[in-house]
Design a binder for this molecule. Structure first.
Ligand code: NAD
Length: 482
């Protein structure tokens, strides 16, 4: 991605202030960039464009390939798509890298040795945003995780560790509960890890992982995780490091890249000249490395460290006694520019690899698998007879299928028929599992016929999920109690 022409968006809230600061610094440091400025975010949304970006600006993004973006405000309420998510997915920016580093003793933190990087999967998981209300009580959000997307982000995390001289990669998932989606993520991590024997690894269940990140972040080096967990833990890590105002973030794919701050548009402090521009400056430095200007990134990061150790601090990190001067965004920018060319005396100076190449990932070819349809889960909206599962189970006795039989009914994932517990609370959202009577392949036409019988019995079908075996192994979750 060697380029001098980048796309820039000034964003919303504190966006214009911190982007102005960042561009001034890039120019003063000799980055020698040309900027195509595009309008995105709140103004575009409120003008009636629910995507938050015009078609013309999409073309500019695609032509320039590299995007430096200030935070934007997504108006609350329905009807607006998240532009951040749309850009990441449309441009294939599968990896979100968020370094969270302590600037102790100049920025207050309980963890002076904290120096970790979160590598977050950026396109999949619950961020597909596919949601449906299925009964008047129950709403569904689909969690979609692909084998190739998972392998890509895990390989990226290991390659990032190698390229940046990091020694340990931790995987975080919730595979004790989501045994198939998160289970596949964990297994892929274990498989890929074997190819990197010089890097040590471990795995944390995300809840204890997040707790350890808050109470003992110095134990972590690189963390790789799924999209939602990564979003949450990177805010925790940035805050624990000292301030959400300090962290930068890259969103990188094979052909495009976007760089930003970790934080949002901070409307509470917008227009007051008090925002810390360091997060976006750090994001811009990640961009400079990506486009082959690591020397300029090094110069800016050393000037940033020098400014911080000189005690010139914005309000979010200012501490009486520790800081020398409380400054606004503009004065902080001026102080940093004055220090370009200096190296810090207390902090270890930043030394980047000037020959670093962008990371390219190739995923393993897919194995041939034999996929067999062996049954179906039929989801129902059924509200009758005090939601008594025995009544529903008995109704199915009159519903005939030549090749399939009812195995069980579950409610919110717990088996309630046969042999349910009377104390289990039931909603009006039921899953009825039918499999082949002879334990062999079921023709799809039988599934359609079964649905038609259920419909004729006046039971409302919400949807079906086919049950498959891959290489003779059941590829669906069993219910609690099944
Ligand atoms: P936020 O990150 O904007 O603010 C959280 C808190 O941190 C606020 O108190 C804020 O004043 C403070 N803060 C944030 N950045 C700071 C900085 N640079 N200097 C000093 N203090 C700073 O989170 P939020 O309030 O939850 O979200 C506000 C808006 O930002 C929402 O519309 C949200 O959708 C959007 N958002 C955008 C992005 C993005 O564009 N990438 C990311 C997150 C949130």
């Amino acid at each position: 991605m060697d380029t001098n022409r980048i796309t820039v968006a000034y964003g919303d809230g504190i966006g214009p202030e911190i982007m102005t600061a960042t561009i001034e610094i890039l120019n003063a440091a000799g980055a020698n960039l040309e900027y195509d400025v595009i309008e995105i975010g709140e103004k575009v949304y409120l003008s009636g464009n629910t995507s938050g970006i015009s078609q013309e600006n999409w073309h500019i993004l695609e032509n320039n390939k590299v995007f430096l973006k200030a935070p934007i405000t997504t108006p609350q309420g329905g009807g607006y798509q998240s532009l951040n998510v749309a850009i990441r997915k449309t441009l294939g920016l599968y990896s979100n890298v968020r370094p969270c580093i302590s600037y102790a003793p100049y920025v207050a933190t309980n963890f002076p040795k904290m120096d970790l990087v979160i590598v977050r999967e950026n396109e999949e998981d619950l961020y597909a945003g596919i949601e449906h209300q299925q009964t008047d009580e129950v709403i569904q959000c689909l969690k979609l995780v692909s084998v190739s997307g998972t392998e890509k982000i895990i390989r990226y995390a290991f390659e990032y560790a190698v390229a940046n001289n990091r020694k340990h990669v931790t995987c975080m998932s919730k595979d004790n509960i989501m045994k198939m989606t998160d289970g596949m993520f964990h297994k892929t991590f274990d498989r890929v890890a074997k190819e990197y024997p010089s890097i040590t690894t471990d795995h944390y269940i995300i809840d204890i992982g997040a707790a350890k990140l808050a109470s003992d972040p110095e134990r972590f080096d690189v963390i790789v995780t799924l999209n939602l967990y990564g979003d949450i833990i990177s805010d925790i890590a940035a805050d624990v490091a000292g301030s959400v105002g300090l962290g930068g973030s890259s969103n990188v794919g094979e052909n495009f890249a976007m760089f930003e701050a970790i934080h949002g548009s901070a409307p509470d402090i917008a227009g007051k000249d008090i925002a810390n521009p360091s997060g976006l400056i750090n994001g811009a430095c990640m961009m400079l490395v990506q486009i082959g200007k690591a020397d300029i990134a090094e110069k800016i990061q050393n000037a940033l460290l020098t400014t911080l150790e000189d005690g010139i601090h914005t309000g979010d990190i200012f501490k009486e006694g520790r800081s020398a001067q409380k400054v606004g965004t503009k004065a902080f920018t001026k102080a940093l520019i004055e220090r370009l060319g200096q190296t810090p005396k207390q902090f270890k100076p930043v030394q980047l690899n000037h020959d670093a190449k962008p990371i390219h990932i190739t995923v393993s070819p897919k194995d041939q698998v034999v996929k067999k349809l062996i049954g179906v889960d039929v989801f129902l909206d059924w509200d009758e007879s005090d939601k008594n599962p025995e009544v529903l189970g008995n109704l199915f006795k009159s519903i005939k299928s030549d090749s399939m039989e009812l195995n069980m009914i579950s409610n919110r994932g717990v088996v309630v028929y046969p042999n349910g517990h009377p104390s289990t609370f039931c909603t009006n959202h039921w899953r009825c599992r039918f499999t082949s009577k002879l334990r062999n392949v079921v023709p799809f036409s039988e599934i359609l016929e079964l649905q038609s019988h259920i419909d004729k019995a006046n039971i409302k079908v919400i949807k079906t999920e086919n049950l498959y075996q891959f290489d003779n192994k059941a590829a669906y979750s069993v219910s609690q109690g099944e």
